[in-house]
Design a protein around this ligand. Structure first.
Ligand SMILES: *[C@@H]1O[C@H](CO)[C@@H](O)[C@H](O)[C@H]1NC(C)=O
Ligand SMILES: *[C@@H]1O[C@H](CO)[C@@H](O)[C@H](O)[C@H]1NC(C)=O
Ligand SMILES: *[C@@H]1O[C@H](CO)[C@@H](O)[C@H](O)[C@H]1NC(C)=O
Ligand SMILES: [Cu+2]
Length: 173
């Protein structure tokens, strides 16, 4: 469901920006503010909402951090779009006597493994101890979809909501 929306959004973005190239300036004057932000080609490429995009740091999950029982797909939908060079910060406690169920961060190779939480070909990017203190930082520095998931308990954490999708926009800034 969430992916469908993300995908639809990206497809519309591509279609609409292609279409927009063919429109006259006068057509644009009728446009809404939002449309104007994405497709104002007199000002192409559109302005980033933050003047120093590479300094943007986003705490994954906000004040909930990276934890069990939180729906990160919903969080990612509310927090999108993500931009090229945004830094995602994953904060989670290391394993200890009081924390028998720690977390980790994996990158899944494709949409299918993301949907099914299949970790077999996943790449571990953060160990269970990497999220302590200031957290584990991951920079979205490639123009590709990122499929993040917690890799603990054989995909159980992932299936319970510890996964999300991020496609950074505008690599040409
Ligand atoms: C495009 O954006 C610029 C700067 O935000 C604005 O001055 C201009 O009026 C916009 N152009 C159109 C056609 O809306
Ligand atoms: C998380 O939220 C999305 C969108 O509302 C929903 O489709 C999905 O089933 C939820 N995931 C879990 C594990 O509850
Ligand atoms: C992204 O960050 C890298 C490394 O700091 C920098 O060289 C590059 O210019 C940045 N790219 C954009 C599009 O901000
Ligand atoms: Cu976990």
């Amino acid at each position: 469901m969430a992916f469908k929306h993300t995908h639809l959004f990206l497809t519309l973005l591509v279609i609409a920006s292609t279409f927009a190239m063919g429109l006259s300036n006068r057509d644009f004057e009728k446009s809404s503010k939002n449309w104007n932000f994405w497709f104002n080609y007199t000002n192409w490429p559109p302005r980033h909402p933050n003047p120093t995009p590479s300094s943007r740091k986003i705490i994954v999950g906000g004040s909930d951090n990276w934890r069990f029982g939180f729906n990160y797909t919903e969080w990612a939908m509310k927090s999108s779009p993500f931009f090229f060079n945004d830094t995602l910060v994953f904060k989670f406690d290391p394993p200890s006597e009081n924390n028998q169920h720690p977390h980790s961060v994996y990158l899944l190779p494709n949409l299918w493994s993301f949907l099914t939480c299949d970790l077999r070909w996943a790449k571990q990017v953060a160990k269970t101890t990497d999220g302590r203190g200031e957290g584990f930082e991951f920079v979205l520095n490639k123009w590709r979809p990122y499929y993040f998931a917690c890799g603990e308990s054989n995909g159980f954490h992932c299936r319970s909501g510890m996964k999300f999708f991020a496609m950074p926009l505008f690599p040409w800034y």
